[in-house]
Design a protein around this ligand. Structure first.
Ligand code: CU
Length: 120
Protein backbone atom coordinates (compact mmCIF):
# COMPACT_ATOMS: atom_id res chain seq x y z
CA UNK A 1 0.00 0.00 0.00
CA UNK A 2 1.36 3.41 -0.95
CA UNK A 3 1.58 6.27 1.52
CA UNK A 4 -1.17 8.28 -0.25
CA UNK A 5 -3.44 5.24 -0.27
CA UNK A 6 -3.02 4.83 3.50
CA UNK A 7 -3.72 8.53 4.06
CA UNK A 8 -6.88 8.30 1.95
CA UNK A 9 -8.05 5.36 4.05
CA UNK A 10 -7.33 7.20 7.28
CA UNK A 11 -9.29 10.18 6.02
CA UNK A 12 -12.22 8.02 4.94
CA UNK A 13 -12.28 6.28 8.35
CA UNK A 14 -12.22 9.65 10.12
CA UNK A 15 -15.13 10.85 8.05
CA UNK A 16 -17.08 7.68 8.87
CA UNK A 17 -16.46 8.14 12.60
CA UNK A 18 -17.69 11.75 12.49
CA UNK A 19 -20.81 10.77 10.55
CA UNK A 20 -21.52 7.88 12.91
CA UNK A 21 -21.20 10.06 16.04
CA UNK A 22 -23.44 12.75 14.59
CA UNK A 23 -26.04 10.14 13.65
CA UNK A 24 -26.01 8.61 17.12
CA UNK A 25 -26.58 12.07 18.65
CA UNK A 26 -29.61 12.59 16.42
CA UNK A 27 -30.99 9.19 17.42
CA UNK A 28 -30.38 9.75 21.15
CA UNK A 29 -31.74 13.32 21.49
CA UNK A 30 -34.51 13.86 18.96
CA UNK A 31 -37.03 15.57 21.30
CA UNK A 32 -34.70 17.53 23.58
CA UNK A 33 -33.00 19.17 20.62
CA UNK A 34 -36.25 20.45 19.11
CA UNK A 35 -38.42 21.48 22.10
CA UNK A 36 -36.79 22.75 25.29
CA UNK A 37 -39.15 22.01 28.17
CA UNK A 38 -39.46 23.54 31.64
CA UNK A 39 -41.69 22.28 34.42
CA UNK A 40 -43.44 24.28 37.14
CA UNK A 41 -44.85 22.56 40.22
CA UNK A 42 -47.92 24.10 41.81
CA UNK A 43 -47.29 23.21 45.43
CA UNK A 44 -48.08 24.65 48.88
CA UNK A 45 -50.23 27.38 47.30
CA UNK A 46 -47.43 28.66 45.09
CA UNK A 47 -45.87 28.27 41.64
CA UNK A 48 -42.40 26.80 41.85
CA UNK A 49 -40.37 28.32 40.28
CA UNK A 50 -42.55 31.44 40.20
CA UNK A 51 -40.12 33.37 37.99
CA UNK A 52 -38.27 31.94 35.00
CA UNK A 53 -36.52 33.10 31.85
CA UNK A 54 -36.73 30.90 28.75
CA UNK A 55 -35.98 31.16 25.03
CA UNK A 56 -38.68 31.36 22.33
CA UNK A 57 -39.97 27.87 21.45
CA UNK A 58 -39.82 26.67 25.06
CA UNK A 59 -42.67 24.54 26.37
CA UNK A 60 -43.65 25.06 29.99
CA UNK A 61 -45.65 22.39 31.83
CA UNK A 62 -47.46 23.26 35.07
CA UNK A 63 -48.53 20.37 37.32
CA UNK A 64 -50.78 20.72 40.36
CA UNK A 65 -49.15 18.92 43.32
CA UNK A 66 -51.59 20.36 45.86
CA UNK A 67 -54.74 18.70 47.19
CA UNK A 68 -56.87 21.67 46.08
CA UNK A 69 -57.63 22.96 42.56
CA UNK A 70 -55.64 25.76 40.95
CA UNK A 71 -55.52 27.48 37.56
CA UNK A 72 -52.80 28.98 35.37
CA UNK A 73 -54.31 32.19 33.99
CA UNK A 74 -52.75 35.22 32.28
CA UNK A 75 -53.00 38.45 34.30
CA UNK A 76 -53.84 40.31 31.08
CA UNK A 77 -57.40 39.75 29.90
CA UNK A 78 -57.35 37.54 26.80
CA UNK A 79 -53.76 36.50 27.54
CA UNK A 80 -52.28 33.27 26.20
CA UNK A 81 -52.42 31.31 29.48
CA UNK A 82 -55.87 29.97 30.26
CA UNK A 83 -56.04 26.58 31.96
CA UNK A 84 -59.15 24.89 33.23
CA UNK A 85 -59.36 24.13 36.94
CA UNK A 86 -56.47 21.74 37.58
CA UNK A 87 -57.17 18.97 40.06
CA UNK A 88 -54.40 17.13 41.91
CA UNK A 89 -51.96 15.67 39.36
CA UNK A 90 -53.44 17.56 36.41
CA UNK A 91 -51.11 19.37 34.01
CA UNK A 92 -51.38 22.35 31.69
CA UNK A 93 -48.79 23.30 29.08
CA UNK A 94 -48.06 26.18 26.75
CA UNK A 95 -45.28 26.72 24.21
CA UNK A 96 -44.02 30.31 24.19
CA UNK A 97 -43.10 31.52 20.70
CA UNK A 98 -42.81 35.32 21.09
CA UNK A 99 -40.45 37.27 23.39
CA UNK A 100 -42.18 39.10 26.25
CA UNK A 101 -43.14 38.96 29.92
CA UNK A 102 -46.04 36.63 30.65
CA UNK A 103 -47.46 37.28 34.12
CA UNK A 104 -50.02 34.81 35.40
CA UNK A 105 -51.97 33.92 38.53
CA UNK A 106 -54.46 31.43 39.95
CA UNK A 107 -58.07 32.59 39.65
CA UNK A 108 -59.06 30.60 42.77
CA UNK A 109 -56.27 32.16 44.85
CA UNK A 110 -55.32 35.49 43.19
CA UNK A 111 -52.34 35.96 45.54
CA UNK A 112 -50.64 33.02 43.76
CA UNK A 113 -48.58 34.65 41.00
CA UNK A 114 -45.86 33.76 38.55
CA UNK A 115 -44.13 35.12 35.48
CA UNK A 116 -42.39 33.67 32.44
CA UNK A 117 -39.86 35.92 30.72
CA UNK A 118 -39.29 34.90 27.10
CA UNK A 119 -35.98 36.27 25.80
CA UNK A 120 -34.05 35.58 22.62
CU1 CU B 1 -54.87 28.30 43.41
Amino acid sequence: MTKTRILANVRRYGMWCTTASLLSLVVMFPVQASTPTWTVDITKMAFSPADMTVTPGTKVIWTNRDQIPHTVTSKDKGGVLSSKGLDTGDSYSYTFTHPGDYAYFCTVHPFMMGVVHVRK
